[in-house]
Design a protein around this ligand. Structure first.
Ligand SMILES: [Zn+2]
Length: 497
């Protein structure tokens, strides 16, 4: 038996009180929405199953339903108003994104929420949506109910009073849900149905087609109000969707194991597909952002968010400091060229790790580091300069930008200019004969000249160095970098020497 914590809560939207239940905890939010006139409790079994699988599930009584307020003004009820209530609940709970799902009316509200706030909807989990194929059946099914509520309120009242006499302990779970559903006050009941019939019942097809988040669509055969054709049609319209046929409307109610498992696996895949991506930006320094679904092969930005790629990104601001990438356009696909060449790849990895380490403070603007890195990646991929030279020049210059400029021409301690012989990373570079300390390295003159040229970007001088000079310079640069980063780079040992 897996236990999950459950809490009842409330949210006020437009002055009206909405009641909800939370199951489980964590950041993998799932919101489940009930069918028309039904209470949120209808999703209790699924909510428990999903919470047991590691999700933080919320069931909500939309306005006019369950234990939420039930005003009797039809103008308060519409699919879009319900969608606004869902977004308000996400705000209130501090949920940056959630899988939003529902049954029948709840499915349509989930779609409306995805249209209203696509950046908040991680994915859709919709059962029995009510779309174009169902409209006739809808009018036939709901109009008499509305008519009864409006013009024969006594019948609705009598049903409610009779139901009030049934002791709930004695009826099984779904019997209780049916009783709750039938137990309506005529005024609010007529108002909800009136409001819904005269608003739009679902986002139109051309809008549904633009919803790019993943979706799991469950449909049932033999159901006139929720034709399987609607669900199948929706699955075809949504670019990232999957269709699952249920055996009947009752399967998820009375033999829920199969569909519960499908839903839980769907939520697992979503969580696994996310990746937090570290970016060095021109204006905001280092930023960490969530790339939704980038691990899936069908992801529209997977390849654009590979390491070394220069991209133009759009981020949606997150609530807890973690933004979500909503758009990615490749400016330069350096990654494809760099990963094709092992020498380039290892050297470029050292540059990326160094940039990340030197710009330690997130969102601290660091335009010089940004320009250095972009310039170095370009130089490395256009083939005019050796990968090792580009790396060492980048390392020295980014250390200088970070305030650790090494000194090659003057003594790092006393400032005397001259051809010094000793080098010590902990003391800032070259040391004169007087300042020299034990443990200093004694590089060749050509190496010191080469290091100065790498730092200054004098590429004609750099190009004249022989292999021995390059190797000695690389060793000193690496020692100097390690000293200032306090911790060695993980990527440095992989560079072929
Ligand atoms: Zn000195």
């Amino acid at each position: 038996m897996v236990l999950v914590s459950e809490r009842v809560g409330q949210v006020f939207v437009g002055g009206w009180r909405l009641e909800l239940t939370e199951y489980g905890s964590g950041e993998r939010w799932v919101v489940l929405l009930h069918g028309q006139l039904m209470p949120r409790r209808m999703h209790e079994p699924l909510a428990r199953a999903l919470a047991a699988a590691g999700n933080h599930v919320v069931t909500l009584d939309l306005l006019g339903h369950g234990r939420s307020d039930r005003p009797d003004d039809p103008l308060l009820y519409s699919m879009t108003a319900f969608a606004e209530q869902v977004v308000a609940v996400l705000d209130d709970l501090g949920a940056e994104q959630a899988v939003v799902g529902g049954t029948s009316l709840g499915a349509n509200v989930a779609l409306e929420t995805a249209v209203l706030a696509p950046e908040r909807v991680r994915a859709l989990l919709v059962e029995m949506p009510v779309l174009d194929n169902a409209l006739d059946a809808c009018l036939v099914a709901f109009s008499p109910l509305m008519f009864a509520a409006r013009y024969a309120p006594l019948s609705v009242d009598l049903v409610r009073r009779a139901i009030g006499l049934v002791p709930r302990r004695l009826v099984p779970f779904w019997g209780g849900i049916v009783l709750d559903t039938l137990s309506q006050r005529p005024g609010p009941m007529a108002a909800t149905m009136h409001g819904l019939l005269f608003g739009r019942i679902a986002p139109p097809a051309h809008v549904r087609e633009t919803l790019e988040m993943p979706a799991l669509v469950v449909g049932h055969p033999h159901d006139p109000i929720h034709p399987a054709a609607d669900a199948a049609m929706l699955a075809e319209e949504l670019p990232g969707s999957r269709f699952v046929a249920s055996r009947s409307i009752l399967e998820w109610r009375f033999a829920p194991e199969r569909l519960d498992t499908v839903a839980a696996e769907f939520c697992d895949e979503l969580a696994e597909a996310d990746r937090i991506i570290t970016l060095l930006t021109r204006r905001h320094g280092v930023v960490r952002a969530v790339g939704r679904g980038v691990r899936r092969t069908s992801s529209k930005f997977g390849s654009r968010l590979e390491p070394f790629t220069h991209v133009d990104l759009q981020l949606a601001e997150g609530r807890k400091g973690l933004d979500t990438i909503t758009q990615a356009v490749t400016l330069e696909p350096y990654g494809a060229r760099i990963t094709a060449d092992y020498d380039c790849y290892t050297n470029a990895s050292v540059m990326l790790e160094t940039a990340e380490r030197l710009v330690a403070e997130e969102r601290e603007p660091s335009v010089q580091q940004y320009l250095l890195l972009v310039g170095a990646l370009r130089a490395m991929t256009d083939g005019t300069r050796g990968a090792g030279d580009v790396r060492d020049s980048f390392l020295l210059r980014s250390l200088a930008v970070a305030g650790y400029a090494p000194s090659f021409a003057a003594c790092a301690r006393c400032g005397v200019v001259g051809a010094h012989r000793a080098f010590h990373p902990a003391h800032g570079g070259m040391l004169c004969a007087d300042c020299k300390i034990p443990g200093s390295a004694s590089p060749a003159d050509a190496t010191v000249t080469h290091l100065g040229a790498l730092l200054a970007g004098e590429w004609d001088v750099v190009g004249q160095a022989d292999d021995r000079t390059r190797r000695e310079a690389a060793t000193l640069v690496s020692a100097y970098l390690s000293w200032h980063l306090e911790r060695a780079l993980r990527s440095m040992p992989l560079v072929p020497r």
